[in-house]
Design a protein around this ligand. Sequence first.
Ligand code: ADP
Ligand code: ASP
Ligand code: MG
Length: 406
Amino acid sequence: MALVVQKYGGSSVGTIERIKHVADRVAKSRAEGSDIVVVVSAMQGETDRLIKLAKQLANQPDSRETDMLVSTGERVTIALLAMALQEVGCPARSLTGRQVGIVTDSMHTKAKIEKVVGDRLRETLAEGVVPVVAGYQGINQKSDVTTLGRGGSDLTAVAIAAALDADRCEIYTDVDGVYTADPRIVAKAQKLTKITYEEMLEMASLGAKVLQIRSVEMAMKHRVRLQVLSSFEDKPGTLVVDEEEVMEKELVSGVAYSRDEAKITLLRVADRPGVAASIFGPLAEAHINVDMIVQNVSEGGETTDMTFTVSKGDFERAKHVIEGQRGKINYAGLIADSNVVKVSVIGVGMRSHAGIAQRMFRALAEKGINIQVISTSEIKISVLVAEEYTELAVRTLHTAYGLDAE
Ligand code: ADP
Ligand code: ASP
Ligand code: MG
């Protein structure tokens, strides 16, 4: 019998009516002859609501207590969905991360999964009962509740699929697949029938939140067959596959954007060996991830400007760290700007083609959009532009690379 893991996101379980609808879907899949493990998120908006409550008490709420708090969201939905399934005659049992043995490290709010014990899942399935598992949560060695980072229910689903060697992992959400760009911004975005793990990983890393980054990484590593589908409509979704399975390699298969960027420029730092290390060393020690970096050519060979980006969440801390190093780095001034967005184009076809970046720069220039920072890798090009241009930049690039639907 095929084993399928089905994950339903926050909007899919956002109301009692929707939970009933999910129950019907699960019961139908089971009646068609598959063993089903269900993973659910909290009801839409619930995790945000809980985080807001914590923020009313503390500027930086304790991370252990935050996990204890936010993990309640998924407890509600597993119980409700199990009840809804029982009501339609489908035996079901709710299980927390702890009960299914999702063991993680102790990095509260962004814990990494170390193993999935899974015995309880296997026993439940053997009884003919559908396990309804709380996504996003695990436990550390001390049995304290941990969470897996925002969007982490996707990771729970993939980790369970890998541990049980499931035939498929289906991610049900409020769009019917992975599109060439966020369909909420680009009306002419097209649904992709297939996308490679590499491209999906880049898209997720560059801001397309349709799948959580680490869930794609894990699916790629364990070769989990991952599919993104609509929980509202019966339509074929998008399959995430190996590169060999994609016959036609598009030059560019998608455009993504991330508003989670902030830019810091250090004016007139000394142009000599060791300066970059004196800037980025302390940031690394403070666990601040630096994303894009540009160093200008120095005039006269003595000083240069250095610009880099960090996530918005690390922005204040990054400024603080740099200001603390002013004596050592010796810069003339610091310009901080969080009104920026990173827009990226992604495609495995880029590996073997020249001129892709040029098309991007020209298209943006024609719209009068100034590029502040550029970074590239084998299968993506990213540019940093002023945040007010987000929609225009994404749509312009979508058109420029011929991705618009007719
Ligand atoms: P869920 O709550 O089901 O986990 P998410 O909100 O995390 O759903 O992810 C789905 C959302 O991802 C969509 O509503 C869509 O706006 C957004 N999204 C961003 N980029 C893309 C893309 N390229 N294709 C599809 N959806 C995308
Ligand atoms: N409820 C969690 C969140 O909002 C996990 C998830 O939705 O995947 O981030
Ligand atoms: Mg999500």
